[in-house]
Design a protein around this ligand. Structure first.
Ligand code: GCV
Length: 677
């Protein structure tokens, strides 16, 4: 059992003239210049059929036609006008609507967008939209293991794997439809920590199912990717994985040929090498480029890509060592390799230099490399942001990352990963996915907004986070509101309330979490719940260094020197506590608790205040959610309500543990006299 996510088509209430007219216009659909046998074309036809017959509650006439008609809804493959790779146009014609694209992915996205606009009530006016996706690759990374569990999965087990076998069923199709509808065009199905049976995903044992899956994905314009173990040849009996060893090269060449013969639609490999115990080229004193390029050359004849992660750091450092700084690692390992990667290699870089904290600076690798394909990696699985038990809508955060000016040719992160700056096509955005086999796919129903939002944002980075939230709320909760029109008071209340909750959620989470950008302070391994010193005396390189006088890490020139990895303008900005954005103050500086912030409050008072405020915000969000009882379906209401109950208590736990820790450490009282323990 599974929900249809935001593709839960429901009947439109055809109350007024406009909507009745729309229903008449759209009773005919024509495919023009389209190949009826094309797999994506078939999917579009099915989608329109399903959507329209439900929305209008009657059979729709769908035909392929050679005539250039512009009545009803016409979907056309056109060649005269250039609409860009995967781009589309939606426009009003004399007696209907036209969706045009140069190829089928574009037509698919145009069709999904059209259905969405129809459901959102946006087709009443003249429309003329041209949209080409901003990022060439819009990818989801699943960390699913073949045993069926999911690393950092918070919504059940895998729907791709169970007991070391692949699962392919109607849910697979639902997944492909849903993610394609928001523009996803690439999916990695297995964990980057490739373990056990996953080493054999590209072998006789699983070729047949992999091919089937790649075809289901291709029906929706999605390329299947697989995570591979860098030392795979050794799993198959070779005694080395040295990228310069001729035997290793020949092994991969043969493997890629065999893979292509068996899964011709495969997009390529994702690799986590030399990281957290994974094998990699460092074992052979080779560089990351040596490793990536060897694979890239092997897969290039088949048009494949190698997506190589930059999450390389020493996870066994000595906490007593003041000089080593984990934040530096990505840049230190990769910066000097700029320009040395094959054209079909893309470096996948996490948004920050650490690891998906609620707040981090942008990785200095963005802006550090001028001649290398790059992809931005974010995480919608809320590993450090409430694990889909706390509501935490992350799109505003991703927007901040995308708009960060790297000062490399004044390019933002979005400019770099879209390929706009370097004119490259092998670029884009990837998200560590938040789905599982729970009925609602994402555990918390509101976490669905992150899945929807990542797709929409990676397709169109200019979209405001708030618009994405309200679109999602309306599409997802449409069925919950039943057949009552969204134009009436209830629909609007639901959408406005849910949008407001979503927009408040990340700032609230940040407030009751680790303060001022310092990060961590969570329970080791599970990464859930407060434990201020949990990682303090550990080998993971994530220290806050709090004592009774001061807190924070000095990452300026006089400290670890991390700031100098940024272009001058940013290095200067971060170097001084006066110009450093305050939300990152303790990431870059070690400061006394009585240091006064721009608000006039000391750091210690800021910690107390924000933690009280954050927990208070959660209560308000829950109150707002309660006001929706009866307005949305009971099951959605109850599922989220029980998570809010937990979040209310758990945010208090965060508040009290953090505040009491610093009260005990400093002996400084809260100037508002609230309870500290
Ligand atoms: C897949 C963090 C997570 C790990 C994850 C790793 C990565 O360290 O805790 O579970 O491993 O990031 O991104 O590779």
């Amino acid at each position: 059992m599974y929900s249809s996510l935001w593709l839960n088509y429901t009947k439109l209430t055809l109350s007024d003239e406009k909507e009745k007219r729309l229903s008449d216009i759209l009773s005919d659909v024509f495919f023009i210049g389209c190949d009826p046998e094309n797999r994506i074309c078939k999917s579009i036809k099915n989608e329109i059929d399903t959507a329209f017959s439900t929305i209008f509650d009657r059979k729709i006439n769908i035909e392929f036609s050679d005539e250039d008609r512009e009545t009803g809804l016409s979907l056309k493959i056109v060649s005269k006008e250039k609409l860009g790779d995967e781009g589309y146009r939606i426009k009003t014609s004399e007696e209907g609507f036209v969706i045009e694209a140069n190829e089928y992915n574009g037509l698919l996205y145009g069709a999904f967008r059209f259905i969405e606009m129809l459901r959102l009530g946006k087709l009443t006016e003249e429309v003329n939209i041209i949209k080409t996706p901003d990022n060439p690759l819009r990818m989801l990374n699943h960390w699913d293991n073949m045993t069926g569990d999911i690393e950092r999965g918070y919504s059940g087990n895998s729907f791709f794997f169970e007991d070391n076998e692949m699962i392919i069923n109607d849910r697979t199709v639902m997944y492909a439809r849903a993610v394609a509808s928001v523009g996803i065009n690439a999916v990695v199905i297995n964990n980057v920590n490739v373990k056990g049976e996953a080493s054999y995903l590209i072998s006789e044992r699983h070729y047949e199912n992999m091919r089937k899956l790649s075809e289901i994905f291709a029906d929706y314009g999605i390329k299947l990717f697989v995570s591979v173990n860098y030392a795979l040849p050794m799993e198959y009996g070779l005694d080395s994985a040295d990228p310069l060893d001729e035997r290793v090269i020949v092994w991969w060449n043969n493997k890629c040929k065999e893979v292509h013969e068996n899964i011709p639609l495969l997009g390529g490999f994702l690799v986590k090498a030399d990281s957290e115990g994974r094998p990699g080229p460092f074992t052979y004193q080779r560089t990351q480029a040596d490793g990536a390029n060897m694979l890239a050359r092997a897969i290039a004849p088949y048009g494949g890509l190698i997506i190589w992660r930059c999450f390389v750091y020493n996870c066994k450092q000595d906490w007593r060592d003041e000089k080593t700084d984990r934040a530096r690692a990505g840049y230190d390992y990769f910066r000097d390799l700029d320009g040395k990667f094959e054209r079909n290699v893309i470096l996948q870089i996490k948004n920050g230099p650490m690891d998906f904290q609620v707040r981090e600076p942008v990785s200095p690798l963005f802006g550090g490399m001028e001649h290398t394909n790059q992809m931005l990696e974010v995480q919608i699985a809320q590993e450090y942001t409430g694990q889909q038990r706390h509501v935490c809508y992350l799109i505003p955060w991703f927007k901040e990352v995308l708009t960060f000016n790297t000062h490399m040719k004044e390019a933002s992160v979005a400019d770099i990963v879209s390929g706009r700056v370097m004119g490259n096509k092998n670029a884009g955005m990837a998200a560590v996915c938040n789905t599982g086999n729970d009925y609602n796919w994402t555990g918390h129903d509101l976490a669905g907004a992150n899945l929807y939002g990542f797709g929409r944002l990676s397709f169109d980075t200019s979209l405001p986070a708030e618009d994405i939230a309200s679109e999602w709320a309306r599409l997802y909760l449409a069925s919950a509101v039943g057949e009552k029109s969204f134009e009436n008071i209830n629909g609007k209340t639901v959408v406005d309330t849910v949008t407001d909750i979503l927009m408040r959620s990340w700032p609230a989470y940040e407030k009751y979490n680790a303060p001022l950008g310092i990060g961590w302070m969570c329970v080791p391994n599970i990464h859930y719940g407060p434990d201020v010193d949990g990682y303090e005396y550990s080998p993971w390189g994530t220290y806050h260094k709090a004592d009774h006088n001061a807190i924070g890490r000095d990452r300026t020139e006089s400290g670890t020197g991390f700031v100098s990895q940024y272009r001058k303008e940013n290095a200067d900005m971060y170097s001084s506590p006066e110009t450093c954005p305050e939300e990152l103050l303790l990431f870059f500086h070690r400061l006394p608790y009585n240091y006064v912030l721009k608000s006039g409050r000391t750091i210690i008072q800021h910690i107390y205040d924000t933690h009280f405020e954050g927990a208070e915000e959660v209560l308000k969000m829950y109150e707002a959610w309660k006001s929706l009882k009866g307005l949305i379906s009971d099951d959605v209401y109850e599922r989220a309500a029980s998570r809010f109950e937990h979040q209310v208590e758990h945010s208090k736990e965060w508040r009290d543990v953090i505040n009491s820790y610093f009260f005990r450490k400093t002996g400084i009282k809260d100037d508002k006299g609230r309870d500290l323990y």
